[in-house]
Write a protein that binds this ligand. Structure first.
Ligand code: ZN
Length: 201
């Protein structure tokens, strides 16, 4: 699916986390990527389909504020929807969990498996725009120290290394004027990412 950056709206949600929530419409369907807390006020009454790059609280907690039809997430991260210790809300003010029917993101969208920040993180590709969640930011990469278990932490650090290595090669093969839309921070072109991000040099 083709998506132009000018057709994309970006909202900051989840307060101090400043999660990027993206909204766009293709073929009459409004999609929301990563609805953080407060997403509801930007989508007043609009029915939408929801794409989740991963299952962390600051990217999913807006689900309870919006009218959604379908929610797409990776199978590995789907348990975060109902488990406050996995979506990390347990460690914040509120314990978020939402029992809903989710759809396998990989079956409906062009995705890249990108474990490390979470075990089921995905890069979601449209022609022209790439949603990178908390895996790749304009000038950095996502944290891998959010696991409680030390073994898990070490494993995820390795996973993240592999993920970034393969993404670096993959992004080189794409048109360099496509946009990287991360879960936090600024939107940049792939070309700019290679200039700015030390992990992509
Ligand atoms: Zn995250």
């Amino acid at each position: 699916m083709k998506l132009s950056i000018s057709d994309l709206k970006t909202y900051k949600t989840s307060g101090e986390f400043e999660t990027n929530t993206y909204v766009f419409t293709i073929d009459g369907i409004t999609y929301v990527v990563d609805p953080g807390i407060g997403a509801g006020k930007y989508l007043d009454g609009v029915k939408c389909d929801v794409i989740l790059t991963h299952g962390h609280y600051d990217h999913i907690a807006g689900l309870s504020e919006i009218e959604y039809e379908k929610v797409y997430i990776s199978p590995e991260d789907s348990e975060a929807l109902t488990d406050p210790s996995i979506n990390l809300s347990l460690f914040f003010d509120t314990q978020f969990s939402l029992d809903l029917d989710w759809y396998n993101l990989d079956k409906y969208f062009n995705t890249v498996f990108a474990p490390g920040h979470t075990k089921g993180s995905r890069i979601v590709l449209f022609e022209g725009v790439i949603f990178t969640g908390d895996v790749v930011f304009s000038n950095s990469i996502g944290r891998v120290d959010l696991y409680i278990d030390e073994n898990e932490k070490a494993k995820m650090r390795e996973e993240m290394k592999k993920t970034i290595y393969s993404l670096r090669n993959f992004f080189k093969t794409l048109p360099q004027d496509w946009y990287i839309c991360p879960g936090h921070g600024e939107i940049v072109t792939i070309k700019r990412l290679f200039e700015l991000n030390p992990f992509f040099k």
